[in-house]
Design a protein around this ligand. Structure first.
Ligand code: ATP
Ligand code: MG
Length: 312
């Protein structure tokens, strides 16, 4: 059913530079969460802290009942097996073909026979639509194929938690759509807990159960998708609508007066029924059973829409 990750009071700095402070959130077991934030706000640092690759200054990260920030290397190694991580560039070995790249964690972390490895590798390659490309080198395939190969590799140890660092960067819109569908389908099939870092607002709107936003060294908000999509918090609204007007600037140095002036200029159709329709969720593809939580979520979202219309 996936594993819950509970982050409490997490603070990380490098030297004198505080990256973020006092971050608390719970990634619910089996759900998909997205982390947003302007470039340089420490999203990648956050993912690395969750897997124990970076040590925070303060706070805890509880995974399967254990605070990984306190674990010694040997125990950390065990807990890390729960994670599959898709790094930003796929992080494939350039001299290995796709088959060997994807088989690598199995050869490294398990004692499985080559015939078992073959079965697992081909199953995951099939899942991400790469069957037939086993002999290709990373340098011979497209960026989208590299991402999918990285994803297949993240899946081979049957992780309880999958972290994706910008899985969609550098992909064309059609490939992003396919990747999003793949993520939703995968989550329905394997029930792992997902955290996705992305800059793609369309993906952030349709894919996750929960959304978080990092800005100016703080976690501005973390909560159910529909809560953020209908939020009046200026930073959240600006980011989710991809606007220039608002508290977030190019160099993050806007003063309060400028922000107020900009916000006053935006004439949003408030007060009209359905002024903030929720972007529909992306559903698992045909033949894939929806996770049980979906009914409750759909009911919650419908209720919220009724309220929005009633308030208007
Ligand atoms: N190992 C490190 N040592 C020192 N500083 C680091 C280290 N890793 C990251 N940083 C700094 O932490 C800050 C946040 O970096 P991070 O890569 O997490 O940002 P990000 O939100 O992922 O940005 P982007 O959206 O561009 O990928 C940056 O200022 C970066 O220079
Ligand atoms: Mg990053």
């Amino acid at each position: 059913m996936g594993v819950e990750i509970c982050v409490e009071g997490l603070t990380k700095s490098f030297g004198h530079q505080v990256i973020w402070q006092d971050v608390s959130l719970t990634l619910p077991a089996g759900e998909v969460s997205v982390m947003l934030g302007p470039s340089g706000t420490g999203k990648s640092v956050f993912l690395k802290t969750l897997v124990g690759l970076l040590k925070p200054d303060r706070g805890s990260v509880t995974v399967a009942g254990r605070d990984i920030t306190k674990l010694r290397e040997h125990d950390l190694y065990e807990v890390r097996k729960l994670f599959g991580v898709l790094f930003q560039d796929g992080a494939l070995f350039g001299s290995m073909n796709l088959y060997d790249n994807i088989a690598f964690p199995l050869r490294e972390h398990t004692r499985r026979s080559e015939s078992e490895i073959r079965r697992i590798v081909l199953e995951k390659m099939d899942m991400v639509g790469l069957l037939g490309a086993e002999a290709k080198l990373p340098g011979e395939i497209s960026g989208g194929m590299r991402k999918r190969a990285g994803l297949a590799r993240a899946l081979v140890l049957d992780p309880e938690i999958i972290l994706f660092d910008e899985p969609d960067s550098g992909l064309d819109p059609v490939r992003v759509a396919y990747l999003n569908q793949l993520i939703v389908d995968l989550n329905a099939q394997i029930d792992a807990t997902f955290l996705i870092v992305t800059h793609d607002i369309a993906s952030a709107r349709q894919v996750p159960d929960n959304i978080g936003l990092l800005f100016r060294r703080e976690l501005v908000m973390f909560g159910p998708r529909e809560q953020l999509l209908t939020s009046d918090e200026p930073v959240v609204r600006q980011f989710l609508n991809g606007r220039m007007q608002g508290p977030i600037g190019m160099a993050e140095e806007k003063d309060a007066a400028q922000v107020e002036q900009e916000l006053a200029q935006i004439r949003e159709p408030t007060g009209t029924p359905g002024s903030r329709p929720l972007t529909p969720r992306l559903l698992p593809g045909p033949g894939i059973t929806r996770p049980p939580r979906w009914e409750a979520i759909a009911a919650r979202e419908a209720e919220l829409q009724r309220k929005e219309v009633a308030d208007a």
